[in-house]
Design a protein. Structure first.
Length: 204
């Protein structure tokens, strides 16, 4: 997968992805950033899995907020791609675990990214007015809507990566939320999807 990604990005972007991969492997030995069982498949399971979120919307500017960012997936990857493709896009990673927030801050510094880190719980943030909100492996869909809703701009979009239970989660969430939905099948996991959510609002 590493070699298949290389021709699709610039040399500078690929070098940043390699540095990020090395940082992630190094820090994972100390704190639980990603499952140890997925380290050998890092480029497919995590890096390309995050690249496809960026590719879904191809942002040019605005504010992208990654909730529960953890290892920076997809937040750091979004920032790496935006550094060349969308320099007017601001990326903010939200992570309450101080060790993981320290990793994100280190990654931003070493990769030379215009990416900010909020070491706070989502519920305590001031409204972000984000143009894009992403979340990966964070919470059930209903709760993701509750997390995202206060922080979206009026025309903001959510990009949620969901697994095999996504339909069950969506049906439950529809009792509390209304939204416009576009679903794209994941290119890295046949059982996963990406939800693009617009016009998120509470059900009446």
């Amino acid at each position: 997968m590493r070699d298949s990604i290389k021709p699709t990005v610039s040399r500078e972007t690929f070098e940043r992805l390699e540095v990020y991969a090395s940082l992630l492997q190094k820090w994972t030995k100390k704190i639980n950033l990603i499952s140890r069982s997925t380290v050998d498949d890092l480029w497919s399971r995590h890096i390309d899995d995050s690249i496809q979120v960026y590719d879904f919307v191809m942002p040019s500017s605005g504010l992208w907020v990654d909730l529960g960012s953890g290892a920076g997936l997809p937040g750091v990857i979004i920032a790496i791609l935006a550094a060349e493709r969308a320099p007017d896009l601001r990326v903010r990673c939200v992570e309450s675990d101080l060790r993981k927030a320290a990793f994100l801050t280190t990654a931003a510094r070493e990769l030379g990214l215009q990416m900010s880190v909020e070491a706070a719980r989502i519920e305590t943030l001031v409204p972000q007015r984000a143009d894009y909100i992403s979340a990966r492996a964070l919470a059930p869909f209903d709760k993701l809507c509750a997390y995202a809703h206060p922080h979206l701009s009026p025309d903001g979009l959510c990009l949620f990566q969901k697994g095999v239970q996504h339909e069950k989660e969506r049906l439950k969430a529809e009792k509390n939320w209304q939204f416009d939905l576009v679903i794209r099948n994941s290119r890295t996991n046949p059982q996963a999807v990406i939800y693009k959510i617009g016009a998120l609002r509470r059900a009446t």
